[in-house]
Design a protein around this ligand. Structure first.
Ligand code: PGA
Length: 263
């Protein structure tokens, strides 16, 4: 795993957006895996700026979002469909038919999940998957105990996640108890993975998934099994890492390192 420690949220967002933008410039019809939440908001804002000011072209992009609350219609203001429209899609030139977000109010979730997996396959697989991380170590809504081989399915949310997400709803009782989510196995199939995290509240879990053992109790730790993962953290989220000096040395000597590993 490549660990990049940014000064603050702003720098974290800029570095993440640059990674996404260079993927798009390298392959105009890239397939992106996208995430919702507070963490990627700054990254998306920077992508909008790159689109507006530097003409970053999303017209050939396909995107697949990680997850959606079960039971919420796409136009529900708390749905992740709505979030993506508001914070990204309506500001850039993606083609609506190429913006895939799980449909929370589908009548047949099982059939829908199989269809979603098929669509990812038909698109040629995900080139770059963007991830945040929950305080319980989840990636997408793969809560502790999720199979590390899991595919897109309906997952019950844990109490910590429901509490964390209650801030978007008028009461905690309104937070859906289930979500449709890509599985850990689905995520690990992406060719490259970018995980972003910021703030003190993520420090403990970042140390666990980066430097602790691979365990289904912290599903982000499964990223240790992937060959091309970049983690971009702000200083607070990185504060409990044991090997910060090493990560910073690698970052400062990136050209040297990349020459050696051929990237
Ligand atoms: P956050 O959520 O970006 O709002 O902290 C991350 C997550 O739960 O995956």
């Amino acid at each position: 795993m490549e660990i990049i420690i940014a000064r603050d949220y702003e720098e974290m967002s800029k570095i993440s957006a640059d990674i996404i933008a260079s993927q798009i410039r390298k392959k105009h019809d890239s397939v992106l895996g996208l995430a919702t939440g507070d963490t990627p908001l700054g990254t998306y804002k920077e992508l909008l700026r790159l689109h507006r000011e530097e003409g970053l072209d999303f017209s050939k992009i396909k995107s697949f979002n990680l997850d959606e609350y079960h039971g919420l219609a796409p136009l529900h203001p708390n749905s992740y469909n709505f979030f993506m429209q508001e914070h990204l899609f309506k500001h850039i030139n993606t083609i609506p038919a190429n913006e895939f977000v799980p449909q929370g109010n589908t009548e047949d979730p099982e059939e829908f999940c199989a269809w979603y997996e098929r669509k990812i396959q038909e698109a040629g697989g995900i080139d770059l998957q963007v991830l945040g991380i929950g305080r319980d170590g989840h990636i997408a809504f793969n809560e502790p105990g999720s199979s590390l081989a899991s595919r897109t399915r309906v997952k019950a949310l844990v109490r910590k996640t429901i509490e964390d997400n209650a801030r978007f709803f008028s009461s905690i009782d309104e937070v859906p108890r289930f979500a449709i989510t890509m599985g850990v196995g689905t995520i690990l199939d992406a060719r490259r993975i970018l995980l972003v995290a910021n703030g003190q509240k993520k420090a403990e879990v970042c140390a666990q998934f980066i430097e602790g053992p691979v365990t289904s109790q912290i599903t982000a730790s499964a990223l240790q099994l992937h060959s091309h993962v970049t983690v971009v953290l702000d200083e607070e989220a990185a504060s409990k890492l044991q090997r910060k000096d090493y990560y910073n040395w690698v970052r400062d000597n990136k050209q040297l390192v990349h020459k050696k590993i051929g990237r």
